[in-house]
Ligand binder design. Structure first.
Ligand code: NAG
Ligand code: NAG
Ligand code: NAG
Length: 492
């Protein structure tokens, strides 16, 4: 359930090769901060001693908060901590008085029945500041039809608050400076609102942060120079942030995930990131970052996913050994980066690689023979480059990828007897490449992709072989027959 349920166990991820498309989830632990409260079962009052009851001031505050979200029914409940609705948690103190520690709203999923908000008139009641023990506030899709700024009074919750989630709430205006007052915050999630203005510098004070998600807003200005030694997740994707990537990011040694894609960032990827040895996921795509690719990437020896596409760098090459140490790398996306020169052989030695996109560049030379050894590869895009020469992989690998192998629109790729394709190549993928013996250099046969749809059932080799009867004599027509075979396949 990812960041939605911050009370759950710590950091879930796998150390094995994982494919693209598996959601990256990090879940935070909420425990560990000293408090006046006694740790006790929080769900209901099954272990309650007679006489225990909710603090009366807090009870009134909860009524206010419930009324403000259209949940008037709660005011009929004589003791809110005994109300047992999902979305309220209480804990007793030494005198057996119960205090509200967590409030959650919004229809997160079918099995998480937090109270929902009445969308047209809900707001966050200032009575929240009357809950001195509150640790977790969670509002999901609550105020979308009644757009309002994030209230500055949330800053008054001070060091008690550990989790503040205001997700897809339609909040407008800036992120209040006052949130910098929440100095013990571990999770700040303001994903997908309409927040504008810049990220307040005051957030630098919140050094306890484990997860900062400000993605999907309209934030402008630079990324503040943060040094959060405990930060696991930084997600600022889909904003309008400018300036360069701060080098101080390199001192956030606990980072597991950085996503600052889809902004307007300039300048190079700082060398200082070489200290991020826990980093698993790095997405810097769709910015205006400049080359060269920093050799410090090599130091990120936990990295599984590196996404840099959509940063057209000035005549950058892929340094020969830049990805050498990345033994866990499963996904490498370097499409449309204006990359020149050869594909380094070392890419073929990445033992976990599943997804490799190098399409839409100016890469030339041949596909390294080491690519034959990419035993885990399931998606390879080399199309729209200037590659030439013999395709190094054989029949089995091509079958494994089927249409997730894209090599069309190159200068002169071809196949030979050593590939073991026989006459069957055209039914394997609509590559538009021809037999090495038959293609005249400089006049590649080019066939456009008809479809990029994935997930189709594997075609049986006998059936496909039946569609195309290809004699070497007609190999220059291979691209066309491939297209026809493919069309036949689609029409079936
Ligand atoms: C910041 O917190 C202090 C107490 O920690 C409080 O007195 C002050 O009002 C807060 N300021 C804002 C702007 O919330
Ligand atoms: C933020 O958006 C509001 C409209 O929702 C606008 O009035 C305000 O000027 C914007 N502020 C900035 C800093 O862009
Ligand atoms: C690749 O392109 C570069 C220019 O970007 C050129 O210097 C080099 O000779 C080319 N290599 C091959 C094998 O075509």
């Amino acid at each position: 359930m990812s960041l939605f349920l911050p009370l759950q166990a710590i950091v879930l991820f796998t150390f094995m090769c994982i494919p693209l498309g598996v959601p990256f989830t990090v879940t935070m632990s909420d425990s560990g901060v000293p408090s006046a409260l006694v740790d006790a079962p929080q769900t209901g009052f099954s272990m309650n001693i007679n006489g225990a009851r909710t603090d009366t001031h807090e009870q009134e505050a909860v009524y206010d908060i419930m009324r403000a979200t259209g949940n008037e029914w709660a005011t009929d409940i004589p003791d809110v901590c005994r109300g047992r609705w999902h979305g309220i948690e209480c804990m007793p103190d030494k005198d057996n008085v119960y205090h509200v520690v967590s409030l959650s709203f919004g229809a997160l999923s079918d099995d998480t029945a937090f109270p929902t908000c009445e969308p047209t008139r809900s707001f966050i009641s200032p009575s929240i500041t009357k809950l001195p023990h509150i640790r977790t506030l969670f509002f999901y899709r609550c105020f979308s039809n009644n757009p309002q700024p994030i209230p500055t009074f949330l800053g008054r919750l001070g060091p008690n608050l550990q989790t503040l989630v205001l997700r897809e709430n339609g909040h407008v205006g800036p992120i209040p400076n006052e949130l910098g007052n929440l100095t013990h915050l571990r999770v700040l999630d303001l994903h997908k609102n309409n927040l504008n203005g810049s990220i307040p510098v005051s957030l630098r004070q919140v050094t306890s942060l484990r997860s900062l998600d400000l993605s999907g807003n309209k934030l402008t200005g630079p990324i503040p120079t943060i040094t959060f030694h405990l930060l696991n997740v930084l997600d600022l994707n889909q904003n309008h942030l400018t300036g360069s990537i701060p080098t101080t990011l390199g001192s956030c040694h606990s980072l597991i995930k950085i996503d600052i894609s889809r902004n307007r960032l300039l300048g190079p990827v700082p060398d200082a990131i070489d200290g991020l040895t826990s980093l698993i996921f790095l997405d810097l795509s769709y910015n205006s970052l400049s080359g060269p690719l920093p050799l410090s990437l090599r130091s990120l020896n936990s990295l599984q996913t590196l996404i840099l596409n959509g940063n057209p760098m000035m005549s950058t090459t892929i340094p020969n050994n830049v990805f050498d140490g990345l033994k866990d790398l499963t996904t490498l996306v370097l499409s449309n980066m204006n990359l020149h020169g050869p594909i380094p052989e070392s890419l073929g030695r990445l033992p976990c690689l599943r997804v490799l996109h190098l399409d839409g560049n100016h890469l030339n030379g041949s596909i390294p023979s080491t690519f034959r050894r990419l035993n885990t590869i399931s998606e390879l895009r080399l199309d729209n480059n200037q590659l030439t020469g013999l395709v190094p992989f054989g029949r089995e690998m091509a079958w494994r990828m089927r249409r997730k192998l894209k090599i069309d629109n190159n200068l002169g790729l071809c196949y030979g007897e050593s590939n073991g394709f026989g006459d069957d190549l055209s039914s394997l993928f609509d590559s538009g490449i021809s037999h090495c013996g038959a293609s005249r250099p400089g006049s590649p046969v080019t066939v456009r992709h008809v479809s990029t749809s994935n997930g189709d059932a594997p075609r049986s080799s006998t059936k496909s072989a039946g569609v195309v009867h290809q004699s070497p004599l007609f190999s220059s027509l291979l691209g066309l027959t491939g297209f026809l075979a493919f069309t036949v396949y689609l029409l079936r």
